[in-house]
Design a protein around this ligand. Sequence first.
Ligand code: NAD
Length: 462
Amino acid sequence: MNTLLTTASVPEERGRPILDAATREVIGHAPVHTVGELNAAVSAAAAAQPSWAALGHAERSRLLHAIADDLDAQAEELGEIITREQGKAGGAGEAHGAAHWLRTTADLVLEPQLLQDDGSSRTELHHVPLGVVASIGPWNFPVMIAAWHFAPALRMGNTVVLKPSENTPLSVLALAGILRRHLPEGVLTVVSGDREVGAALAGHPRIAKIVFTGSTATGRRIVESSAGNLARLTLELGGNDAAIVLPGTDVGAVADQLFWAAFMNTGQVCAALKRLYVHDSLYAELVSALAERAEKATMGPGTDKANRLGPVQNPAQFAIVSRLVAEARERGARIVTGGAPAAELGPLFYRPTIIAEVEDDAAVVAEEQFGPVLPVIRYTEVDDAVRRANATEQGLGASVWGADPEEAAAVAQRMEAGTVWVNQHGGVDPGIPFGGTKSSGYGLEFGVEGLKAMAATKIIRR
Ligand code: NAD
């Protein structure tokens, strides 16, 4: 029996059924909190905030470390909930990843800054808590992204009200069960509800900051909500990351990395590789190398650790993936492999799909697919590839691949994205700032910049 799941779940008559993404069996019931319960959580967070801030950095960091240790100790149990609810193999890896994030965030150093001192006057810049932070998260990495939000917020002396995606509430409620063992009452509360509760949280008058990870469409609504409370925003929104493979690249050396940059977590990654631009001279070879990997990749329920690809997490996303592939096929693109559901594995499995001879205006290229599908697009001139890669509203990540890293880094300078990787794609690190440009959002997470984003600046002049 999974005791974390038992504590996260409520009796059937009081909750909404949450399904195993792979088998579609009910794994538990998530509470559906009301706006009244949300208001109570925000009030409790506001009441707890001054004494949490008064604890100081050293004590808050110590508590983040203690939570990280507990997360590592409970990673198998928490990981099982993540795997079943979200679908990924290796849910425990996500729990360990969250622990790593907590430790690094706890150990970051952000000192007050001396701005000026001329003997007769002195000016210092301090980073002080904002108050209550609202965290609103998606369903692709429910526990990891919750940690991305709450770790810097708590570290800086804020309290947090966290609303997980309605698709993956149980893993975050289970995480909250671990947090409760370490944190004073009210310091972090999970409110499990639908979009209406999310909207009420974003617009709540006592919220000082909203950190949101999710789609660009919802990000826009959150900006509107924040007109009322003037909450500061960190918006990590959708991505449609392009990669450019330069002429002369060793296809054998990069094919694996390119494949997993696109298909990790079954493509349900904000900064997954979603459009691959390949030079004409390498095109045929790389398309077949990717198709070979797609055909070999093991797919099935994440509870079997041999499976590296799982289901699409929810029916709405499955419908998007199916539509984008169907549209590409209708317009004459070549479905090299995949292109159909893997119904024998379960209703939400979709075969890893490589699409070739596809144009920029195909929906599968122009829109974020967020699933196990990669369009491979041919180019002949590097300048043209850069222009086409940049011709999108999104600007989360991008990558450039080539035999000469200096040449690739020079092309990377011309890519419009918050992070541009060279000969790699999608890696994030708790010490290195991460954030989007254009419609992929604004504000930074991670590293010292991420701490600053969870604080107000205060100038002391004397
Ligand atoms: P979503 O926007 O549908 O939902 C995200 C969250 O917002 C959910 O908790 C939802 O209940 C809540 N919500 C919905 N309407 C709201 C409103 N009006 N006000 C406040 N909250 C509201 O996104 P999703 O489908 O869960 O996640 C997938 C998207 O997230 C993809 O576009 C992906 O690229 C993006 N994403 C981005 C990053 C990043 O770091 N940039 C990371 C992961 C996912």
